[in-house]
Design a protein around this ligand. Structure first.
Ligand SMILES: [Zn+2]
Length: 542
């Protein structure tokens, strides 16, 4: 009920705005004049972005307008040609949009590292807000994480999620069983604390251990706590391919959790993984459409690449190997009988993901020479079959991989859905460190280049909306995601003809191109290819 009241309250505000808006129109019908008249003309702006094609983020076609910023907020959008301004940026007919919101980011850890706090690879794409702690991961004490971010100061805004897997591990370790009533109440308490610390919702990684050990009912139980705070559930689903439950049933699980708790469910980085699953994107989106038709709030996000990236352990080693503890895992990897049991399963999982040649090592601290090499190459160098090479690699340390496993048809089909947001799923590492997935540097720019400009899969307006107002609406971020007077001044100026991801799988450490300026909370952080030293980012609260 509390949730319903909150929703109707928001609707009331929107209704009032809709009624008051026409009064502003009175004298001049042009959109420029309408917006300008809402502002006292004589007041000076701190910054005016002139001569841009303004995309409001809501999906509307652009209008030619100036954007006036005062302090950390947009003060006016309209014809501000005569308005005094402390400084101006000439957009030169480029597009001016709300700063992009990355709804699934692994940059949380990187942001706390010296030299990475400004998040330059993201600012160079116009990303101004990130959701951290995805896939059930991240710390369980969000106040400490917040304090760490605030002490360091950041270039981007950060919104926190509470990770189900971490909560489960804190209470019951890596136990492969359902929680007892007592354990469940401890998990509920941790989730409640996180929501009170400002989390926007629960992230789960039901594919990964220990999230994979949890029955659906456990997530429903925890989401009933999150529901009281108006938070969302965003999930790396139990199976994106054909490992077990299958991708369609796994999407159904997210729908079921959302339906049972009256909350928003988000299928994170939605995909159909592996050749056996290609084409099932249609079945998945149909399930979501049907759920939405009966009133369930389901959404998805997506990064625009045919390769995913995860740990080699997560990708191909069966979950029973990880049950119990790290010591138990190490013992199993070394035990002949356990190896004999896991190798055929690893072999099948490698095939599922397209074979050993399609798995490329991204970061491997024990042997940097393997970075950028495929599992097939490494296996032949070690003169063992790929499944044995996997055991040998993961026994010596954590291995992150890039895995080519998606079809373009599925990617495009998922992208076209009006409820699909944009994410990167990327992390933040030092320039030159390993061979990470290029999404770290290029996800948002690539969508605008490859899928809007080159292939016309979605319109520019829809793509921008999927990165701005849609995430703000779904996650309930106040006053961001839309370019309008009163909103926070997170703004990107970009050239739709030249914006592009420069990062490739072979050479990933390349900043995106075509973004002329990025502004966070009214402060210019990136302009003309150069970064300022400003760290105006904030840790947001639900
Ligand atoms: Zn994930």
């Amino acid at each position: 009920m509390a949730r319903m009241r909150r929703t109707s309250c928001v609707l009331t505000v929107v209704a009032v705005l809709a009624v008051t808006m026409p009064a502003v129109r009175a004298r001049n019908d042009s959109p420029r004049a309408q917006a300008a008249q809402a502002q006292p003309a004589a007041q000076a702006f701190d910054l005016v972005i002139r001569n841009g094609r303004v995309l409001d983020g809501a999906g509307n076609p652009w209008v030619r307008a100036d954007v006036g910023i005062r302090g950390d907020r947009v003060a006016a959008v309209g014809d501000l040609a005569d308005a005094p301004a402390a400084r101006t940026i000439d957009a030169r007919d480029r597009f001016v949009a709300p700063g992009f919101i990355d709804v699934h980011s692994h940059a949380g850890e990187g942001l706390t590292r010296e030299g990475l706090e400004q998040a330059r690879p993201l600012l160079a794409q116009g990303v101004t807000t990130l959701f951290v702690n995805p896939d059930g991961g991240g710390p369980i004490d969000l106040a400490t994480q917040r304090a760490r971010f605030e002490a360091r100061r950041l270039g981007v805004n950060v919104a926190q999620l509470i990770g189900h897997g971490q909560v489960r591990e804190a209470v019951m370790g890596m136990a492969d069983r359902a929680a007892t009533a007592d354990e469940l109440s401890k998990m509920r308490a941790l989730v409640q604390r996180a929501m009170e610390q400002g989390a926007f919702g629960l992230s789960s990684g039901l594919f990964y251990a220990p999230g994979s050990f949890a029955p659906t009912e456990e997530v429903i139980d925890l989401m009933s706590v999150v529901a009281r705070y108006g938070g969302v559930h965003t999930s790396h689903v139990r199976d994106e391919g054909d490992y077990g439950a299958g991708v369609v049933a796994s999407v159904d699980e997210i729908i079921r959790i959302a339906e049972a708790t009256g909350t928003v469910g988000i299928v994170s980085h939605m995909k159909a993984l592996g050749i056996n699953t290609w084409g099932l994107a249609v079945a998945c989106t149909t399930r979501i459409e049907r759920a939405r038709a009966r009133g369930v709030q389901v959404f998805a996000d997506q990064y625009p690449y045919e390769a995913s990236s995860t740990s080699l352990m997560g990708a191909v080693v069966p979950r029973w190997v990880q049950a119990g503890s790290n010591e138990a895992t190490t013992a199993r990897l070394a035990d002949a009988a356990a190896r004999a049991r896991m190798l055929p399963e690893i072999r099948r999982n490698i095939e599922r993901r397209g074979g050993a040649a399609s798995l490329v090592v991204a970061v491997y601290a024990p042997n940097r020479a393997y970075e950028g090499k495929s599992l097939a190459d490494i296996a032949s160098q070690l003169q063992v079959p790929p499944d044995e090479a996997v055991v040998s690699l993961v026994s010596r340390g954590s291995v992150s991989i890039v895995s080519f496993n998606m079809s373009d048809e599925d990617i495009e089909h998922i992208m076209r859905q009006p409820w699909t947001m944009t994410s990167s799923d990327g992390g933040l590492v030092k320039m030159g460190e390993g061979k990470p997935h290029p999404r770290n540097y290029g996800a948002h720019a690539r969508k605008l280049a490859r899928y809007v400009r080159e292939r016309r899969v979605v319109s520019l307006e829809q793509a921008v909306r999927s990165m701005t107002s849609l995430p703000a609406l779904v996650f309930r971020i106040a006053d961001r995601g839309t370019l309008r007077a009163g909103a926070f001044a997170d703004v990107v100026v970009f050239d739709a003809a030249t914006v592009r991801d420069a990062a490739t799988y072979v050479d990933p450490h390349q900043l995106a191109e075509g973004v002329a300026a990025t502004i966070v909370n009214g402060t210019v952080v990136y302009e003309g290819g150069a970064f300022t030293d400003a760290l105006p980012g904030r840790v947001l609260r639900r």
